[in-house]
Unconditional design. Structure first.
Length: 612
């Protein structure tokens, strides 16, 4: 979030840094020099709410009748103007009680103690049980989360860290993280579950300012490691007063350039019993202010890799070079962002990057990378060319046409209409109370449809078709994508700063005359081992569809870990192939569409899931 008066931030590494990395010649500037992004940039697009259009919406805001009644609070009422207030909170979708329905966990934020503004407190986080039919119930107390001493919280991440078959919960924030194990309620014959904090017991000590986090088995032993993004060295005693960036505004929030970045953390999972910080062993340095992380197999070698969105610095791209098989657990990571072409933008600048995701938007079978950026910068779409090389494709893919005035946060690939091509959603909202150059504080979200244009994939802004919510300005932050009612159509949960979180029901199927079919898959590793890094290929009668098991993603949030394949009106399901992370390939045939299936590693047959 490069909060400066110029649309083009000043202190940037120039194109020479990219040239030295050996990036594809197609990205080089001509001998006449690179045109300024001010001249070549896309048109300025209004970030205010726009008019509705004819036709039926793709999403319907069902929050009011859902039972989800929650607002993330950032403490700005104290008028301390801290950079802490810009972060916002995330959403985690987690089936904590095993009933087959995704429950909703939301982080609460924090505030300054009224009698002592130098003391920071945390607002409560909440857990809402999914009762079905978009009805939710606050179960924070009975799930063991009511008596927690919360810090100022930001993000959440979900994984079965101890491989007992139940999803656990990690919460990030200022000064600490908290790990909660999913356990049965003692002496309860009805099978109720609760969360028990084990942070100190397992040695998960992190006193930095943590933002997004993600899980994946990086060493091949089945237990997922934990990557935690750290932001800046801001503190209550390091809180300078910064002037506004437009005339007449005496004070606003400070830009991140006023602070030093922090070293990110990587925790090795010692078979679910303890965690050990191995950041120094892998050469981590204080060179990136981390805001987003996604873990997936990004180079098709069967190992999960790590991609990190940094604010005002090069993005990180850690390729997993751990030997196969990983008998001795010699975990090895190699940072290759510059060489791969995913550290900078197409002009050789680093960006203020927040949210991110990975997906096969072009049907190549390879995961491309997607990053949301600050005002004055194009969001980054990095097309995967194979052989660990990526091409910045934002302009060619139409991303530039949404303009330069948005500040994008939570985001993700999702197949809105189940046509088999993954679309994009972005939650937007500025960080400066008084933005410069035509932008606004509150901003509308953006919905981009993946369409064919002359044989290439192209993203078209269809936000007005998204429904009323996509015409409403807010301070959007965390976005979680998941099928909340198990109807095969991806829904959205969005967290805003100082305004209510929202549940958006996907009604594309209900409102469309041309009903598209779908296939849903839940991957279960052998002995409940972590499956992030697995790749699933669906062979149809006309083409192949590829989806990836991911950890992290979006911004401060955790989405549905099941995989959805849109089949359109005519696509058949001939064969499903799972390339298990750290394992072998497995084939499943004759899976009926419009159903969820459980695919267990080593089991020859898929297990159908009863609809609720």
């Amino acid at each position: 979030m490069n909060q400066q008066t110029e649309l083009v931030p000043r202190s940037r590494r120039r194109l020479i840094a990219w040239l030295a990395s050996g990036v594809a010649l197609a990205l080089l500037c001509t001998a006449s020099g690179c045109p300024s992004r001010e001249k070549e940039g896309p048109p300025k697009v209004d970030v205010n709410p726009g008019p509705s259009v004819g036709g039926l919406p793709l999403f319907r805001d069902v929050t009011a009748a859902s039972g989800l009644n929650f607002t993330y609070r950032n403490g700005e009422e104290a008028k301390e103007f801290t950079i802490l207030e810009i972060m916002g909170g995330g959403v985690a979708l987690i089936d904590y009680n095993g009933d087959g329905l995704l429950d909703i966990f939301v982080t609460g934020g924090g505030y300054f103690e009224s009698t002592n503004k130098k003391q920071l407190k945390g607002h409560p986080c909440k857990l809402y049980e999914n009762l079905g039919k978009f009805k939710f119930r606050d179960v924070t107390e009975e799930a063991g989360l009511a008596g927690v001493s919360w810090p100022y919280t930001h993000g959440a991440a979900v994984a079965d860290y101890d491989c007992d078959g139940w999803p656990d919960l990690l919460v990030t924030g200022f000064g600490q993280v908290k790990l909660f194990r999913n356990e049965p309620v003692p002496d309860d014959k009805q099978g109720h579950r609760r969360f028990v904090e084990l942070t100190e017991k397992v040695g998960l000590r992190d006193s930095s300012w943590s933002t997004s986090a993600g899980w994946a088995d990086l060493d091949g032993d089945g237990f997922p490691e934990l990557y935690v993004c750290h932001y800046l060295d801001w503190s209550l005693t390091n809180n300078p007063a910064c002037p506004g960036n437009i005339p007449g505004i005496q004070r606003d929030l400070c830009p991140p350039q006023r602070f030093k970045p922090l070293v990110h953390s990587l925790f090795r999972n010692e078979k679910g019993q303890a965690f050990r910080d191995v950041s120094a062993e892998h050469g981590f340095k204080a060179v990136g202010s981390g805001l987003g992380v996604v873990l997936a197999d990004l180079n098709d070698d069967g190992r999960p890799d790590i991609y990190v969105a940094n604010d005002g610095g090069n993005k990180f791209f850690f390729l997993n070079r751990t030997p196969l098989p990983a008998a001795e657990r010699r975990m090895k990571l190699e940072e290759k962002a510059l060489a791969a072409g995913v550290a900078l933008d197409d002009n050789g600048y680093y960006n203020g990057s927040m949210g991110l995701d990975a997906g096969d938007y072009d049907g190549s079978g390879r995961p491309s990378l997607w990053v949301t950026n600050y005002q004055g910068e194009l969001h980054g779409l990095y097309r995967n060319l194979g052989k660990e090389r990526f091409l910045h494709q934002s302009r060619a893919a139409g991303i530039s046409l949404i303009g330069l005035n948005f500040v994008g946060f939570g985001t993700g690939f999702l197949d809105v209409d189940n046509d088999g091509w993954e679309d994009l959603v972005i939650a937007n909202g500025h960080v400066m109370h008084h933005p410069a150059r035509g932008s606004t504080y509150k901003q509308r979200p953006v919905l981009l449809r993946n369409i064919d244009k002359g044989g290439m994939r192209y993203f078209k802004d269809i936000s007005p078709q998204g429904g009323e919510f996509f015409q409403t300005a807010a301070l959007g932050r965390g976005v979680a994508i998941g099928d909340l009612d198990n109807d095969g159509w991806p829904d959205l949960v969005i967290s805003n700063i100082n305004s209510p979180a929202a549940i958006l029901r996907n009604v594309a199927a209900q409102e469309s005359k041309d009903l598209h079919r779908w296939l849903g898959l839940k991957l279960v590793g052998a002995k409940d081992r972590d499956i992030v890094g697995s790749t699933v290929i669906l062979e149809g009668n006309t083409r192949k569809l590829t989806r990836f098991a991911k950890g992290g993603g979006s911004y401060l949030s955790a989405s549905d870990q099941r995989l959805l394949f849109g089949l359109g009106a005519t696509e058949q399901v001939k064969r499903v192939t799972v390339k298990w992370s750290w394992g072998k390939e497995q084939h499943f045939d004759n899976l009926e569409p419009n159903s969820y299936w459980i695919l267990r590693e080593g089991d020859p047959a898929a297990e159908g899931v009863k609809k609720r």
